[in-house]
Design a protein. Structure first.
Length: 250
């Protein structure tokens, strides 16, 4: 079966070293990736990122985003990367070499995907990981699990390129109701759901943050289509309206 290809966006979350951004861009150019977004970069780091030999176009067109939501908004599939060390995950970690096989039966209708890399110091937070459809682990040895950011980007880009899972051009066709919903639409529905759950007392102050992470992960794992999101959004909007009416009557 032919490996489906996706137009990938490489997302770096709060990188701390301008050389790592340049190295990531060079690795992207090596393996046919074109789109780079940096989430909330440290200002000195972003200003010092001037060029990367062989990847000047990628660096010039790279953009900064204030939030992860902004960085991945119009993508429909998000893959997070982690060393998998010193943390407990409630979902399977996919070894990098198995990612193409994992993608093959799951990417129907997907056009844009994002591959996330955390900061050199802390990696991706639990909140960041809750926005991912899957987590990928580079199979490093236990006594030296962490990789340099630029090297990690290179290894992941190589593996996807080797599997012919990288589209050379961004998609131009419009999305259909049966296509997977993008992350912006999912977050919009999730925010509405959170307001409803707050209003009915389901979200408790002490456990709210942890519950929000679990519920977001659950929503993203449902693989909702554009039509699903439209229906769910309408249902939640009606519930919100009814709750406001009841509140105004008391």
């Amino acid at each position: 079966m032919k490996q489906p290809s996706l137009y990938w966006r490489i997302v770096l979350v709060r990188p701390r070293n301008p050389l790592n951004i340049g190295a990531a861009a060079r690795a992207m150019a090596n393996f046919g990736f074109r789109e780079l977004v940096v989430v909330k970069p440290y200002d000195p780091v972003w200003q010092e990122t001037r060029s990367a030999v062989g990847a000047e176009e990628i660096v010039r067109s790279a953009r900064a985003a204030e939030t992860l939501r902004e960085a991945i908004g119009e993508t429909t599939l998000v893959i997070g990367t982690t060393s998998g060390s010193r943390r407990t995950f409630d979902r399977e970690l996919i070894p990098l070499q198995e990612l193409p096989a994992w993608l093959r039966p799951r990417v129907r209708g997907h056009r844009r995907a994002a591959l996330l890399f955390g900061s050199e110091k802390t990696g991706l937070s639990n909140e960041h990981l809750s926005s991912c459809h899957a987590l990928v682990r580079i199979p490093t040895v236990p006594n030296c699990p962490s990789m340099n950011l630029g090297q990690a980007v290179a290894v992941c880009c190589y593996e996807l390129a080797r599997a012919r899972a990288v589209a050379a051009r961004p998609p131009t066709s419009r999305a259909f109701l049966s296509d997977p919903a993008d992350l912006q639409a999912l977050e919009h529905v999730f925010e509405r759901a959170a307001r409803v759950l707050d209003a009915v007392g389901y979200l408790k102050p002490k456990s709210r943050a942890a519950t929000i992470v679990k519920l977001r992960r659950l929503l993203f794992d449902l693989s909702l289509t554009n039509n699903d999101v439209r229906i769910l959004g309408g249902v939640l909007a009606q519930i919100e309206w009814k709750l406001r009416i009841q509140a105004s009557e008391h």
